[in-house]
Design a protein around this ligand. Structure first.
Ligand SMILES: NC(=O)c1ccc[n+]([C@@H]2O[C@H](COP(=O)([O-])OP(=O)(O)OC[C@H]3O[C@@H](n4cnc5c(N)ncnc54)[C@H](OP(=O)(O)O)[C@@H]3O)[C@@H](O)[C@H]2O)c1
Length: 258
């Protein structure tokens, strides 16, 4: 266990710094909230300045808002050099446009590639080049959609999330080859209507099945909550799991895939 993970395990994160992308709402806000509560300083990235300012107001001085596009190739170099984070959570994600494959343009199909995949590519690359300090951790947020049947109404979403997982695993291999001691982990949450992105997906798939959203959700069992995703991220940071490991998170808990 690294010094950072010992600190996380003890919930005593004072003096540690995390960068969380997509921190203004949904999973990212819950992750930032849990980290700040545990004593970490959080640099939270989002595009909408007002939404990010509202998050900052709720979280207090432990949260430093940075307005920016997580897919911007200049951003990781700037933020990693400035803050030297112990933890980076690549959580920002585009909300897919919901329509069947033949009604997508290449641009709408490719939305999650332009945000989610570009983000993983740019940030994982920079974490290796900088490099981050030994013992630091990068968590790439993928999706369980990449494990099952894809995302037939969400364009390139599932494929993009599979590629996010691959990029994190390639980065883990390069970190090991170079002896950097930087861990790269992938977290794959289940679909949940508890966030804006998830609600769009659930509504689209319920409509496609011709059932009310409530019935669609009832058929899926307990619903994953953002706080559970946050708990999973803190647990991964605290745990001694090997770099390159992949985890699913559902309402019932976290499971390692390999
Ligand atoms: N909810 C689910 O069911 C589910 C399931 C599996 C995986 N995931 C993944 O979990 C992550 C978080 O999803 P969520 O459900 O919490 O989504 P959400 O509620 O829509 O929140 C997304 C956050 O990301 C920010 N964001 C979006 N694009 C950005 C960009 N280009 N640069 C910087 N920030 C950006 C948003 O703020 P701005 O719009 O202001 O930038 C917002 O803070 C995503 O990667 C998503 O694919 C979600």
């Amino acid at each position: 266990m690294t010094q950072n993970s010992e600190a996380a395990a003890g919930k005593g994160l004072a003096g540690t710094t995390a960068v969380v992308t997509g921190a203004s709402r949904g999973f990212g806000f819950a992750i930032a909230t849990a980290l700040v509560a545990a004593g970490a300083g959080v640099v939270g990235v989002g595009r909408d300045a007002a939404r990010l300012a509202a998050a900052a107001e709720r979280l207090g001085t432990g949260f430093v808002p940075v307005v920016g596009d997580a897919a911007d190739p200049e951003l990781p170099g700037k933020l990693l050099a400035e803050h030297r984070p112990d933890l980076v959570v690549l959580n920002a994600g585009a909300i897919p446009e919901m329509r069947p494959v033949h009604e997508h343009s290449w641009e709408t199909f490719g939305l999650p590639w332009e945000t989610d995949v570009r983000q993983a590519f740019n940030w994982c690359g920079e974490a290796l080049r900088a490099p981050l300090a030994p013992g630091s951790t990068v968590v790439a947020v993928s999706s369980m959609a990449a494990l099952r049947g894809g995302s037939p109404l969400s364009g390139g979403y599932a494929g993009a999330k599979a590629t996010v997982r691959f990029i994190a695993s390639y980065a883990a291999q390069e970190s090991e080859r170079a002896g950097l001691g930087v861990r790269f982990l992938t977290l794959m949450p289940n679909l949940t209507a508890a966030t804006e992105l998830g609600r769009v997906g659930v509504t689209g798939y319920a409509e496609r099945q011709g059932v009310p959203v409530a019935d669609f959700l009832a058929g899926r069992g307990a619903e994953l909550q953002p706080e559970q995703v946050a708990e999973a991220v803190l647990g991964l940071w605290a745990g001694g799991e090997a770099s390159g490991s992949v985890f699913t998170v559902v309402a019932e808990g976290v499971e390692v895939l390999g």
